[in-house]
Ligand binder design. Structure first.
Ligand SMILES: [Zn+2]
Length: 325
């Protein structure tokens, strides 16, 4: 068990996220209670240490909540603050905090399990996990269940709702069965427009809280898309020896699509790019055709979260393909 903070000082609202680790450990909870009958919102930030928009959004929302006098409790989950200090997704010695919420690794097990137990004990209205993308993407929402309430809540933030059928160990994988749980992907880190959008969304939700019945009805009218596979780099350990270049425009295809014939990458080692379905099946030859050193799409496809950042692509993936659920 660990200490749950029950208040924040005034500096919290103007603090730089890099300073958080001076006061808080990785995976810390701050519970700002407003009496036992108040509804609780859970907002998680900095699960990826370098995705700093999340903290800016939290500061904007918290300042508003404190001045509004509205009857809401807020539970804040602070994620990977060591990573934030060094502007890294996670430190080299750490796991990806976006993968530890199911079957947590030993070093973080107690804190993860305690945080989950504490969150569940509050029976919150919803959980919103705030992230950024490495590559350029419009703001969108992610869900890990086809529960209509979560779909409805996600659709209030963005018309693009992405369903992850595969359980990756996300925070929402663990909580979505208990209450509406969504991830908001707020563009690249510190882009002001998605930050404003997310703050406006949070304000709106507390002013006009949708009942679960309303969220369910709304969710019935929304068609999410699901991830069906990812682009991986196999057999390369560093970007210096990678042996190919990703086409410079791939990020502009996120939520827009590639046409058959579009180039994805070129170079002598393009064959190390594999497209692997969620089932684990390698479907590279169904998606791509290799002409000399040019890797091109064989058919029209609809991607999201593509990044040209090779460090991220090597440690996670280049991006995903989507299909309608
Ligand atoms: Zn993230």
């Amino acid at each position: 068990m660990f200490n749950v903070f029950k208040q924040v000082d005034e500096q919290f609202l103007s603090m730089r996220p890099e300073e958080l680790s001076k006061k808080y450990q990785d995976i810390s909870l701050i519970h700002l209670e407003k009496g036992s009958s108040a509804r609780t919102f859970v907002v998680s930030v900095l699960i990826h240490g370098n995705e700093k928009s999340s903290f800016k959004i939290l500061q904007g929302f918290l300042a508003y909540l404190q001045s509004s006098g509205l009857d809401y409790s807020l539970l804040i989950l602070l994620g990977n603050l060591s990573g934030t200090k060094d502007s890294m997704r996670h430190l080299k010695c750490q796991p990806d905090f976006n993968r530890i919420w199911i079957d947590p690794p030993a070093k973080y097990r107690d804190r993860v399990l305690h945080a989950l137990q504490y969150i569940r004990g509050l029976n919150p209205y919803c959980l919103i996990d705030l992230h950024n993308n490495t590559g350029s993407n419009p703001p969108y929402a992610c869900i890990s269940t086809l529960d209509k309430k979560s779909i409805g809540l996600a659709s209030l933030f963005s018309g693009s709702v992405v369903y992850f059928p595969k359980k990756l160990g996300l925070l929402i994988d663990e909580t979505a069965g208990d209450f509406p749980s969504v991830v908001f992907e707020c563009g690249v880190s510190m882009d002001p427009k998605p930050i404003d959008l997310a703050i406006r969304f949070l304000k709106q939700v507390i002013h006009q809280p949708w009942s679960y019945e309303e969220l369910h009805r709304l969710g019935e009218s929304v068609k999410p898309q699901k991830t069906v596979g990812r682009f991986l780099i196999i057999g390369a350990s560093s970007k210096e020896t990678i042996g190919f270049e990703l086409a410079s425009n791939i990020e502009s295809k996120n939520f827009k699509g590639f046409l058959s014939g579009d180039e994805f990458a070129k170079g002598p080692k393009v064959s190390s790019i594999r497209y692997v379905a969620d089932s684990g099946e390698d479907l590279t030859s169904e998606i791509f055709i290799c002409e000399g050193e040019s890797l091109r799409f064989k058919k029209n496809v609809y991607p999201c979260m593509l990044t040209t950042n090779l460090d991220v692509a090597l440690s996670d993936c280049i991006g995903y393909l989507l299909e309608e659920v």
